[in-house]
Write a protein that binds this ligand. Sequence first.
Ligand code: PAF
Length: 342
Amino acid sequence: MKNVIIRKTEELENWRRNLRGEINFIPTMGNLHDGHKKLISTAKNSNFNINLVSIFINPLQFENKDDLEDYPKTIDNDIKIAFSNGADAIFIPSTIDIYPLNDKNIFYLKASEELSSALCGLRRPGHFDGVCTVVYRLLNLVKPKNLYLGEKDWQQLLILKNLIAVKKLNIDIKSIPTHRDFDGIPLSSRNIHLSKSERKLIRFFSNELFLAKKNFKIEKKINLKKIIKKLQSKKISIEYLEHLHPHTLQKARLEDNISLLAGAIRCGETRLIDHVFLMKRRPIIAIDGPAGSGKSTVTKLIAKKLKLLYLDTGAMYRALSWLMIKENIDYKKEKKLQNILK
Ligand code: PAF
């Protein structure tokens, strides 16, 4: 397939109409880095769909005009990066194409209130409404099968998952884990604004999150005040540091096995976010499927690779059935069944 650059929504519609196959869609705001490369190449290597990358700096998701103006614009390089990492087409619309005046097809959306009343949502009013509005508009134009998003913006990922569910769109979200630089800091388009000393501070912040994750495995609890104090001792300006449930973004509860430790800091003019997942115990993975589909083989392999306990529940049921038949026990006699189970 010939690589194409599409600039107008009508051109996109024409291109789409002539396509044979489904679309993997990777929306971006440009200034592509290794994290984007990973999104594009993962999409390319996962299936035979057509890979479309969009580059559009969405004014609706910036609370502040200066921030919008300062957002890095590197379009020529972005085009090279996108094509050399697996994009088949790049959509580079202008603002008027995405938000034509008086167009009845543009829906200005509100992000889920529950999910946007935490973390960045509290500090960036309107930001997630802007993200939902642009992504919904792009999805309506592109009509993809799969949508690829980075987990670095975890709250954005949850909000867009919710949007797709609420709007009942038949689109699968494929999320890709945070891509980190050689020094452990998450890749972000805003990193180019960092001075050497600011970068050092971010490294300290990200390291602290990873240290907390390590300690959590042993202590099973988190001391936010202690971490905040440590960060403040390095003169790191903290916007928030919170311990939440990773899907509801409500405060983490004692009984939650998995939780999210997420923070935002400011370094000079730049604002950066990072997070880690905390787990109290190893995960429980249940595998189901029709008889003979290879459940046991796959489960054994996964258990071995992830060093998990392998529990063959099918064998447990069979063992019980075997014993009941052998002892001639009526399966309707619950009390007897319980005794034999012991
Ligand atoms: O994550 C981003 O780069 C943007 O928020 C997105 C999803 C491309 C919408 O403008």
